[in-house]
Ligand binder design. Structure first.
Ligand code: CMP
Length: 138
């Protein structure tokens, strides 16, 4: 469903106390929260969540980072949610992200970049199912 996306506030942003600021940016941009929770991924679940990247050189660091402390995961609704949310968060590398985007404001590096947003409707659905069992908006 193109009006729904999945997002995750990553450990660096949670550790630095940015949950409130980031949620404010998201609601101000017109997204509605359909599901929301604070959680902490085990190493095993982190490996599973990021399995599409398992052949990448940064995979081990990515798994270690995402499982090191709590994260916030949510399902968001808005017209064109997937692409509008990617615009709101900005480029993967915060140094390349546009002014005012969440990664530009709160990200530190390509790895520790504050937030994740699904890159397709299909992945939004897969990532939502991973974190919210029984979620039935689709
Ligand atoms: P995200 O798109 O949320 O999910 C995959 C993550 O891999 C991506 O964010 C980055 O944080 C991370 N990533 C991508 N490229 C690199 C890289 N070259 N070095 C470290 N991490 C990376």
């Amino acid at each position: 469903m193109e009006n729904v996306t999945f997002m995750m506030i990553k450990p660096d942003a949670v550790e630095n106390g940015f949950i409130g600021n980031i949620i404010e940016k998201i609601t101000s941009a017109g997204f509605k929260f359909k599901a929301l929770k604070l959680t902490h991924l085990s190493k095993k679940n982190a490996e599973e969540f990021y399995k599409v990247h398992k052949d990448q050189s940064f995979y081990d660091d990515l798994v270690k980072f995402i499982s090191r402390s709590p994260i916030v995961v949510a399902v968001l609704e808005k017209e064109n949610a997937v692409s509008d949310f990617r615009t709101l968060i900005g480029s993967t590398n915060p140094d390349d992200a546009a002014e005012g985007t969440i990664r530009r404001l709160y990200g530190k590096s390509k790895g520790e970049n504050a937030i994740h947003g699904s890159d397709s409707e299909e992945n939004a659905q897969l990532e939502t199912s991973f974190h919210f069992s029984g979620f039935d908006i689709y």
